[in-house]
Design a protein around this ligand. Structure first.
Ligand SMILES: [Zn+2]
Length: 436
């Protein structure tokens, strides 16, 4: 975009996330990293004192870290017809999903289209669930940070022992490996390939473990037929067998005893989590990626947003896929979380800032990409220059953040990834002269 070594992005309000919001703030970017963050006048002065020539891009709206979508399936971007109605639970939704899935799709092209939607709405990193290998490259090809998770689903313990493990390991072995940074300097994404287990407690053939749970209310530890402390899984017994034997173990308790939970694992949806389940997740440092619009279309209840916030549980935000969500715009999800938290009685002034933190740093932390040389999810010196600009009016800090959280949906003006402009709206280009 410029031949200057440093670009100064200033905005009427800058939300660093790991520092207080700054009215009339600025961020200096050199290469793919953040060089300086602070009040615009201070950043400008300190660069001038060092004799650093600067290309200045000023935006009269809000500048935040790039959004982090902590749960999506980009390959289902061509399946939006499934989400054109609402359902009565997961088993009902899957009967709408399966025939459309089985029709066959160009999973690679659909995932690429989904990745483009993320970038166009201010998202710079994602946790992408991959079911078909053609979709595995999408994050990387779009220059997005994040993790592609390989989905493992619906195995019985017997089939898993007989051939499931071998099949999954073969699929992982044939999947793409981390690109060598030296041969692809513009694609130095913290790109890993992880396993994802989907766990359906309502299914008789529930497999071993999970990062994605649709636990039904009956599975909650709040209504055990025996005391939960005595309902601990033993060995490799399937959860369904434990249930049939009368143990009231929750899905969370179950996977905890399998050693699945931890800071390197995150749970998607987290709708039916009892107080005890939430305490387990906090103790393990396991983040929950909330996807309330998907929950609504599938016909589930609202997640306990206010409780997660009050208890200080680590949370992130995900859209899920277009097969159960109206858009891949993470701000649409933040808007819905604002509404639910208020309905559930959360009335703190900090609601918008906390949910915007969940939609950025919360997701980065869930994937471990808030650390290391390519750290992202917040605006601080040395972090990756992943930036999102929003077209919302700036007044006071609290009022502006509330406006952004409630009306940021559809108002992403520009997206910078690793210091490069990857999306700019006409209004952004008109005002700043900058274009992707
Ligand atoms: Zn999902």
């Amino acid at each position: 975009m410029t031949s200057f070594p440093v670009t100064l992005y200033s905005a009427a309000l800058v939300l660093p996330v790991t520092a207080p919001p700054i009215l009339d703030g600025a961020i200096a970017v050199r290469g793919e990293k953040i060089l300086h963050v602070g009040e615009r006048a201070w950043v400008e002065r300190s660069l001038a004192e060092r004799g650093v020539p600067v290309h200045h891009v000023h935006w009269d709206g809000v500048l935040t870290p790039g959004l982090v979508n902590a749960h999506t399936h980009l390959q289902y971007t061509g399946m939006a017809e499934v989400a054109h109605r609402t359902y009565q639970g997961f088993e009902d939704w899957i009967t709408g999903f399966n025939p459309v899935y089985q029709r066959g799709h160009d999973w690679g092209a659909d995932a690429a289209a989904g990745a483009a939607m993320l970038v166009a709405t201010g998202t710079t990193a994602a946790a992408d669930i991959v079911t078909d290998p053609e979709a595995a490259h999408a994050l990387h090809d779009a220059g997005l940070s994040g993790i592609a998770y390989w989905e493992v689903m619906d195995w019985t313990n017997a089939d898993w022992s007989a051939h499931g493990r071998a099949e999954v390991e073969a699929a992982l072995d044939s999947s793409p490996t981390v690109p060598a940074p030296a041969s692809a300097p513009t694609r130095r994404t913290p790109w890993r390939f992880n396993r994802c287990w989907r766990f359906r407690t309502s299914s008789a053939s529930a497999a071993a473990a999970s990062t994605s749970t649709w636990a039904s209310p009956a599975s909650s530890a709040s209504s055990p037929t025996r005391p939960a402390s005595r309902g601990r899984p033993r060995g490799s017994a399937a959860l369904s067998s434990l249930r049939q034997a009368g143990f009231g173990t929750s899905a969370t308790d179950y996977v905890d005893h399998l050693g699945v939970l931890g800071p390197d694992c995150h749970v998607a949806h987290g709708v039916y989590m009892s107080e005890r389940d939430r305490a387990i997740l906090r103790a393990r440092g396991t983040t929950v990626a909330l996807c309330p619009r998907s929950n609504h279309i599938i016909g589930l209840d609202n997640p306990p947003v206010a409780a997660y916030l009050r208890e200080g549980s680590p949370i992130a935000v995900g859209t899920d896929s277009l097969s159960s969500s109206p858009s891949l715009d993470l701000m649409g999800e933040v808007k819905e979380l604002m509404r639910i938290a208020r309905v559930q009685g959360y009335s703190g002034d900090d609601l918008a800032e906390r949910l915007l933190t969940a939609a950025t740093l919360g997701g980065a932390h869930a994937m471990g990409i808030d650390e290391g040389p390519h750290r992202t999810g917040y605006l601080a010196v040395g972090a990756r220059a992943d930036l999102a600009f929003f077209d919302v009016p700036v007044t006071t800090i609290t009022e502006t953040l509330t406006t952004l959280a409630e009306a940021g949906d559809g108002h992403a003006a520009a997206t910078i990834m690793g210091g490069r402009a990857r999306h700019t709206s006409a209004r952004f280009t008109e005002q700043t002269g900058a274009a992707a």
